[in-house]
Design a protein around this ligand. Structure first.
Ligand SMILES: [Zn+2]
Length: 303
């Protein structure tokens, strides 16, 4: 399958890659990969091959998001081609590209990248393009499971996408939460496993020309902006997520609604002019970047 342009017609998916532990402290995905390696029948389907990959084994071994650099920002095409980039994660990204994208006989046609979040993300599908098959699959998943949400971060071109999923036009990341870093919760683990199984069944049906029927509409949350914590002139944050906003991911935030609670006790309100739908509220991994949440725009599209 060609990697250029969105919407290349696909007739058959021959190889599905399930990637976990791209962030080493997101244990749900990392341990699912280990489970699938031990019980490969769980992810085997008759019409395609499934491969599993623990993406950042060194970070997983020490229970950290990354060792030197965020692996899920290392997949810009120009960086993958740059021989001077040699941190552990940059080399790991090149190795993953060799495995999943460059090897003509072995390359993945569909990539699922498993993540978890400390925010109340439910079962979020993160689309990085609008390929019709990705949209149809997302619509199907959100129709059969009310916990499924579909977040789309669009890039102007595939060259600007730094995520694992830039390696392949088909597929998406799955972001599950809320769950703390560095631990497992059986209920969320099982829900994630069920979602993966449903994706694999859908692909099996697609290969056999039998796609399950679904509503032709999809609720999408399109990325608008990232929102930083309030910071003083010393660069230090002086407020936290307002208690009324905590865990309210995917719920409407209207102008005038509380957004932060400053350490001096004052409430900071959302001063925008239109309703937004925040997600990744209070994601622990984003503190190092000073990011408090992302704003999205909710919309319904016809497929
Ligand atoms: Zn992650």
């Amino acid at each position: 399958m060609a990697n250029s342009g969105v919407g290349v017609i696909v007739n058959q998916i021959n190889r599905v890659a399930i990637v976990g532990g791209t962030h080493g402290n997101e244990f749900t995905g990392a341990y699912l990969i280990q489970k699938f390696a031990q019980f490969p029948d769980l992810v085997a389907r008759p019409s395609f091959e499934t491969i599993t990959l623990l993406a950042n084994p060194n970070a997983f071994a020490v229970g950290r998001r990354y060792v030197e650099k965020d692996l899920n920002r290392c997949f810009l095409k120009q960086d993958l081609q740059d021989p001077t980039l040699s941190s552990y994660e940059e080399l790991q990204a090149k190795s993953i590209q060799d495995t999943l994208a460059s090897n003509r006989d072995k390359q993945a046609d569909f990539i699922l990248d498993l993540h978890s979040s400390t925010a109340n993300m439910g079962l979020t599908i993160i689309l990085v393009n609008s390929h019709p098959l990705n949209l149809k699959l997302a619509a199907y998943l959100s129709q059969i499971n009310p916990l499924v949400r579909v977040y789309r971060c669009s890039f102007k071109s595939i060259e600007e996408n730094p995520f694992v999923n830039s390696l392949c036009e088909l597929g998406f990341a799955i972001e599950v939460g809320p769950i703390a870093q560095g631990l497992l919760k059986a209920e969320l683990f099982q829900k994630t496993e069920e979602l993966i199984s449903t994706v694999l069944d859908y692909i099996e049906g697609f290969n056999q020309g039998k796609i399950p029927s679904f509503k032709e509409t999809l609720i999408l949350y399109d990325h608008l902006s990232v929102v930083g914590y309030p910071k003083g002139q010393n660069g230090k944050i002086f407020g936290m997520i307002h208690p009324e906003l905590q865990d309210k991911d995917y719920q409407a935030l209207n102008p005038g609604d509380p957004i932060f609670l400053a350490f001096d006790g004052k409430t900071i309100i959302y001063e925008g002019t239109s309703t937004v739908w925040p997600i990744f509220i209070n994601e622990a991994a984003y503190y190092e970047k000073g990011i408090a949440m992302c704003f999205t725009q909710r919309q319904q599209i016809n497929i």
